[in-house]
Design a protein around this ligand. Structure first.
Ligand SMILES: *Cc1c(COP(=O)(O)O)cnc(C)c1O
Length: 380
């Protein structure tokens, strides 16, 4: 695939660059698809700008790979995805906010009806029109966010008068603890979902996110909805990640300087040089999405960058516009002014920096901001 950029300015004018490998997204989708039985559909969660990777580019790459069903969160995401994928099935996970029905119908967007009120509103629209409009129904099996309670779900779906002409296109629920497969919640939700949807098993059913997709076929039902795994993220904790990395963040070195032993580095003077250090100041910070929680101090280590196979630990606080790296042990020729360091990519997993910041790669990827040069190209 030829590389292309979507940038307003010359490359030299950016502090850093975000490279996104669309072929890797397609490969990750195929990898998951190949784990499914022939009758199970592999959809894609593409909310939050495709987890920061770019909704339009990722959507087209997934469609070209064979994906036909997409899940976004909010109505605006659904409408912008519709513009690039006129023939895809698009679900809006956040369901039916007041005032959205006409927009959904006009653009052929399917809401995931997440409460009794939402379901009732949709049914009323179907009854008025004397026809079924496409939508999913979400039943809560234990996460207690969106979804009808099991009782509401069963009472409504088995009552033909209440349902009128409405026939859901999909029945779904969402796992609370997929990232920890041994958690008892998974089996509990699986059994509850199976039990309450069994009377309606002629309608396609879906339970699995990425983690559920990787956990095994009993979680797959008729359709799986992976997100993070498509973008190379770590769906299941504490296991080797089978997915191909998709994103690379490189930032440019502005200055290389010496820090005498005993001096401190950065805001708050929280990190003291315990020996004479060489420090590279790079042009990306938390305003670019690099998680400030991965700062280092005398009390705790922070994240790290990679420079030509050498590890360069973060020194002190991550600031808005820059990060300081310990390059004392990195060969001189690799730490020249203007050179790029890898903050995220094949050698620095998003989950690694996120762990130092006590968060998850989902938050890190979705925070990668608008200030980097954005390049669509293979990660080499
Ligand atoms: C975000 C989301 C997904 C995708 O989850 P991942 O963990 O990123 O695979 C699937 N289903 C629902 C309801 C979601 O909100």
């Amino acid at each position: 695939m030829p590389s292309h950029t979507e940038n307003a300015f010359h490359s030299d004018l950016y502090g850093g660059r975000l490279t996104i490998d669309l072929d890797a997204i397609a490969r990750n989708w195929s990898y998951l698809k190949n784990r499914l039985s022939g009758s199970t559909e592999c959809a894609a969660a593409i909310k939050a700008d495709a987890y920061g990777m770019g909704q339009a580019a990722a959507g087209k790459a997934l469609f070209d790979a064979g994906c036909r069903t997409f899940f976004v969160a909010v109505p605006t995401e659904a409408l912008s995805l519709r513009k690039v994928l006129p023939d895809a099935v698009i679900y809006a996970l956040n369901g039916l906010l007041p005032g959205t029905v006409d927009h959904y119908l006009e653009h052929g967007i399917r809401p995931v009806l997440g409460s009794h009120d939402e379901l009732t509103e949709w049914i009323d629209v179907c009854k008025s029109a004397g026809q079924s409009f496409d939508a999913a129904v979400h039943v809560d099996t234990g996460i207690h966010r969106l979804g009808l309670s099991p009782d509401e779900f069963s009472a409504t779906l088995s009552n033909a008068d209440l349902m009128g002409p409405f026939v859901p296109k999909l029945l779904m629920s969402h796992l609370a603890c997929g990232s920890t497969p041994d958690h008892v919640m998974n089996i509990h939700q699986l059994e509850l979902f199976r039990e309450i949807t069994e009377p309606h098993a002629h309608i396609p059913r879906s339970l699995a996110n990425s983690a559920g997709t990787l956990m095994g076929q009993e979680f797959h039902f008729d359709l799986v909805r992976p997100g993070i795994a498509l973008y190379g993220g770590q769906a299941i904790e504490d296991t080797p990640n089978p997915m191909t990395p998709v994103a690379k963040v490189e930032a440019r070195i502005m200055i290389v300087r010496d820090v005498p032993e005993g001096d401190t580095i950065g805001y708050g003077a929280r990190h003291t040089a315990n020996r004479p250090l060489r420090n590279a100041v790079v042009a990306a910070g938390y305003a670019d999405g690099l998680l400030r929680g991965a700062s280092s101090s005398d009390d705790r280590p922070g994240g790290f960058a990679m420079i030509g196979g050498h590890r360069a630990p973060i020194l002190g606080r991550i600031s808005m516009d820059m990060i300081t790296l310990d390059v004392t042990d990195v060969p001189d020729h690799l730490v020249k002014r203007g050179a790029f360091v890898e903050m995220l990519g094949p050698n620095v997993a998003a989950a690694d920096l996120a762990a130092y910041a006590e968060t998850i790669d989902y938050e890190y990827l979705t925070s990668l901001g608008q200030r980097f040069e954005r390049i669509y190209a293979p990660l080499t």
